[in-house]
Design a protein around this ligand. Structure first.
Ligand SMILES: Cc1cc2nc3c(=O)[nH]c(=O)nc-3n(C[C@H](O)[C@H](O)[C@H](O)COP(=O)(O)OP(=O)(O)OC[C@H]3O[C@@H](n4cnc5c(N)ncnc54)[C@H](O)[C@@H]3O)c2cc1C
Length: 431
């Protein structure tokens, strides 16, 4: 039997109060917070680390995957498009000229509407972005428990350097990446095991020393330890992990770091430098909501309650899917809404919903729905979906696909544009 103790009841201070509390400052949480704020809400965002961006910054995923379908049609607008520009505001971008400014169609595009970005510059741009939108960000603060009264969440209990305290809210957005809030509030969730997959960046110091110092960027390359999701890993001896237990997270971190250390031991030499390690475990899909409705990965189908179109960002040409509002909410809990890689989407649909543009779209939809529910004095289940769709569409979100996309009679560029594959020379442990 597991040894246990009884935690004493204690009085804790209320550290703050807002219309909307967002738990998690990844790009989904950023999208949700900004959407709620722009819809007139006071917003507090609680983040356990010291920076915004989540996997996109701490987890080294500095590749904002495409907003277009690979045939010249823009699919993502709204905050998903706006954040792409925020991420690269103070450094380089790799957006092809034909896409700059965000046209809805480009004949024969010379590349995909995507960018890579510089992580430190992105972190600071996100700070500035949220400050300008009047979102109060509280770093170094761990969400512990929702304060539930039946099906209603009155706020959250957190723990930080000041100790344990509470934040009260009318609506809570779960953008934790692991559905921590919804799960602890009793929502039905699904978990999944993850492969060990460790991205880092390295430089060849010699090349920089002998070349132009300004050329540092071209001499930084990515190195991948562990397994890749797009290759057959069935023969691998590396274990897989749930990212929802203390043991799973610790075992994952230790193994992924030991793979990097093995590499350093074998390759240590003058002139080689590993630049950084990810400071967030690179779990892809850990736990998700099983909501009022599940998103299905059936392309080109009209979904009446759609809050936006999504694509599988790594395929080309890409099929278009409509994402249902009810996949953001639980059937019972009235005021906790999911955002990001935890929304209700199983199997291949989960894969589609974990890409950055999809995460920001669901963040925007979640923050907007929370604001509308507060204004209407109703639960999330009773939100006026037509009004929500109108609100999102006014910001540039494509709610329903055009007939051209639905019938797959797309105007196409000369050929579908693929995303270049990652250089597999740096695949150290893909057995
Ligand atoms: C190795 C890897 C490669 C990928 N490659 C790409 C790619 O090239 N392009 C792409 O578009 N997508 C890629 N993805 C997917 C994409 O990066 C993520 O799915 C997306 O960034 C998730 O955003 P999110 O905001 O939903 O969650 P997260 O980024 O996970 O954000 C969750 C945030 O919540 C915080 N948090 C968690 N728990 C708590 C708590 N208890 N209290 C307070 N805060 C908490 C975390 O610190 C974090 O900041 C990749 C993912 C991985 C793992």
């Amino acid at each position: 039997m597991v040894k246990s103790i009884i935690e004493e009841k204690r009085e804790i201070p209320v550290a703050g109060e807002a219309d909307v509390i967002v738990v998690g400052g990844g790009l989904a949480g950023v999208g949700a917070a900004v959407a709620a704020a722009r819809n007139g809400m006071s917003v507090i965002l609680i983040e356990k680390s010291f920076v915004l961006g989540g996997l996109a910054t701490l987890g080294h995923v500095c590749v904002y995957l495409p907003l277009d379908d690979g045939l010249g049609h823009k699919i993502h607008g709204g905050l998903a498009e706006e954040l792409l520009y925020v991420c690269c505001r103070y450094s380089y971008n790799t957006i092809p000229d034909c896409w700059k400014g965000g046209p809805s169609f480009v004949e024969n595009p010379e590349g995909r509407y995507q960018t890579t970005f510089n992580i430190p510059a992105c972190i600071m741009a996100l700070d500035e972005f949220l400050e300008a939108e009047h979102v109060k960000v509280i770093f170094d603060t761990n969400f512990c428990l929702p304060i539930m009264e039946g099906n209603l969440c009155k706020g959250v209990i957190v723990e930080n350097k000041s100790g344990r305290s509470a934040y009260l809210a009318k609506m809570v957005v779960d953008a934790s990446g692991d559905a921590d809030v919804l799960f602890r509030a009793g929502a039905e969730c699904e978990t999944q095991k993850n492969i060990v997959s460790h991205w880092t960046y390295e430089v060849d110091v010699e090349k920089i020393r002998n070349g132009n110092a300004r050329d540092v960027l071209h001499n930084v390359q990515m190195r991948w330890f562990g397994l890749r999701p797009d290759v057959d890993n069935s023969g691998s001896k590396l274990p897989t992990f749930y990212g929802t237990t203390c043991e799973g997270v610790n075992d994952y971190i230790k193994l992924s770091r030991s793979l990097a250390l093995d590499y350093l031991k074998k390759n240590q030499r003058d002139g080689y430098a590993m630049m950084t390690l990810p400071f967030m475990p690179q779990f892809r899909m850990t736990r998700r909501l099983k909501g009022l409705k599940e998103m299905e990965a059936v392309p080109r189908v009209h979904v009446e309650s759609s809050v936006g179109c999504v694509i599988h960002c790594l395929e080309s040409p890409e099929e278009v899917y409509e994402f249902p509002y009810e996949a953001l909410i639980d059937s019972r809990i009235e005021n906790i809404v999911a955002a990001g890689r935890i929304v209700s989407a199983g199997g291949r649909a989960w894969e589609i919903m974990r890409f950055i543009p999809s995460c920001v779209l669901t963040g925007q939809a979640a923050g907007t729905a929370a604001a509308m529910a507060i204004k209407a004095g109703c639960s999330l289940q009773k939100v006026d979906i037509a009004a929500l769709q109108e609100n999102l569409a006014a910001t540039g979100v494509m709610i329903h696909m055009t007939e051209e996309l639905r019938n797959n009679k797309r105007k196409s560029g000369k050929k579908a544009l693929n995303i270049p594959p990652i250089n597999t020379d740096s695949l150290s442990y893909a057995h």
